[in-house]
Write a protein that binds this ligand. Sequence first.
Ligand code: FAD
Length: 399
Amino acid sequence: DERAVIVGAGLAGAWTAARLREQGFEGRVTLLGAEPHPPYDRPPLSKEVLLGTGDAADTALDIDFAALGVDLLPGRAATGLRPAARLLDTDAGPLPYDHLVLATGAEPVTLPGTAGQPNVSVLRTLDDARRLKRVLDARGSVVAVGAGWIGAETATAARAAGCRVTVVEAAHQPLPGALPAAFAEPMRQWYAEAGAELRTGHAVTAVRDGEVELADGTVIGADAVLVGIGSRPATGWLAGSGIGLAPDGSVRADERLRTDAPGVYAVGDCASYPSARYGRRLLVHHWDNALTGPATVAAGILGRAEVHDPVPYFWSEQFGRRVQFAGRHAEGDLPVRRGDPAAGDAAWSVCWLRADGTPTALLTVDKPRDLMQGRRLLQRAVPLDPALVADPSVPLKAT
Ligand code: FAD
């Protein structure tokens, strides 16, 4: 019997199992994951779970593994890989495979010297979120390190719970990794309105029990510290396996999400792939990428050549707003504003255009229609008229 083994029971791993069955794979499918929980969705962790709203209690993915004939092995971690022997080593012994899918996701970057400190946490897993929720319920003071997506969403929930909140960011703007300063600047106001203190341009130099120290010597008291300074592919366990990794730690996959070892694929947050659309290798840490990649992997395993090169898409819910981002802009692309937060517009977007008018990226704040229309235009990559793009009363459309 042909055997597909999937390592990492997160979004990408779970959907790879489901897509394999959907596309007609009849062999054995084994899905193993280090976490004790059946596969669940992460976006709600920093939203509904922390806020205690919506489907907070039920983040499990809606996939019936038993009905699909998938052997789900929670609480089992891969420890190494021997591609020549087609063996995956795990903490409960080796597993042979014909097809192997690496879907181990990413792990949060931590602050040096904070390991083992009980009041310092990251937010990646359901257990992390439940722990943090208890802290918020106790209405203590919270310091979030990093004004990225996780920091902003955590600050939102912590303020809603009535906590005193300080967000410390080393860069001089919120969302430094994601947005140019000009478009992140209006978000400062969101923190202020929510009653959260945002301190940009401050590096954290030490975290001790109950306090955070900044480079300028300021000390901020904290019952809890949430570190949200980014994540890296969880690929340390592949060291020595011969599987090619990129400098950012991601598994180097090709456009069909194959690695350089026969029968081995990589998908989701742990993998980078060459994008013809953007002319460079992309490492995408977004839900949508982990959801769509599995169809390409399943097709590959079944012998069909499919290419994974979607328009990257991401959303965030922060301070009562829905922020959405699609595409990738490059140096030299022209940002065109649709609506101006400085002039008091609550909803606005920014569309980046190449010199020939081809849209490359779109940021929207409470503009779901712009996002929907713009995403299609990004997909089609047809030139737009900048003057029409700049008029928020005209729907985004090709001319
Ligand atoms: P993961 O979901 O990380 O799953 C990988 C799994 O593999 C994990 O369960 C891990 O324990 C397991 N694993 C790791 N190493 C091993 C090993 N050696 N052996 C066995 N198992 C292993 N994206 C958006 O687009 N919008 C959002 O609003 C959004 N919000 C988010 C909020 C939070 C709090 C987080 C953490 C992420 C959010 N994301 C969001 C990102 C999105 O959740 C990820 O891109 C997505 O989960 C990636 O899926 P994945 O399956 O590749 O990796």
